[in-house]
Write a protein that binds this ligand. Structure first.
Ligand code: IMP
Length: 177
């Protein structure tokens, strides 16, 4: 168990590198089987999912495409948290087998607000792969098809996830002490 400081807070190891990588291989194997003979389009949501998307995609052995998009929400006096637009969404999803790749589903609001925009393009199918799921915190009904780890409702950093922009470079996932 190691402790790191990110900005002004202490975090301790929660999921080590080997555990994360082993689980990602398992998820990729399941996706390879489920999508055998198909050509899915993975859409990874930036910034947080870049490491997960990269490691997951390395273990995808079927024909597949990968795109990255960024979601932007209004930031007024108080951020509503409502997703209003996506940046980089230039793929035509019509008839495609789409797999959304997320780092973490917390309340579920981000994906829940964004999914209708994707569905509007009439993909053939739409599934969600998330590395982490804070199941106790989830308020919005979402079907999560591939889940790496169900975790408690505690703030985590590392492996792409940030605390105030920092900590994304850590190889392991750390939990607030
Ligand atoms: P949701 O809309 O509440 O599901 O939140 C999803 C987004 O909030 C994620 O994509 C992350 O960017 C961020 N987030 C939620 N929980 C954490 C956490 O524990 N650490 C870092 N980012 C988080």
């Amino acid at each position: 168990m190691s402790v790191v400081t990110v900005k002004d807070k202490s975090f301790e190891t929660y999921l080590d590198e080997a555990t994360i990588q082993k689980r990602i291989k398992e998820l990729a194997a399941k996706i390879n089987t489920d999508y055998s003979g198909k050509k899915p389009l993975f859409i990874a949501i930036l910034n947080g999912s870049f490491m997960f998307a990269s490691d997951l995609f390395k273990h995808i052995t079927i024909e597949a495409e990968l795109s990255f998009i960024k979601l932007a929400s209004y930031k007024g006096m108080k951020s509503s948290g409502n997703v209003v637009t996506s940046i980089g969404m230039d793929d035509d999803l019509f008839g495609k087998e789409v797999i959304i790749v997320e780092d973490i589903v917390d309340t579920g609001k981000t994906l829940y607000s964004f999914l209708p925009k994707l569905m509007h393009q009439q993909p053939k199918s739409l599934k969600i792969a998330t590395l982490l799921h804070k199941s106790e915190a989830t308020e919005y009904p979402l079907q999560l098809d591939y889940i790496g780890f169900v975790i408690p409702n505690k703030f985590v950093v590392g492996y792409g996830l940030d605390y105030d922009g920092l900590g994304r470079n850590l190889k392991e996932i750390y939990q607030l002490v």
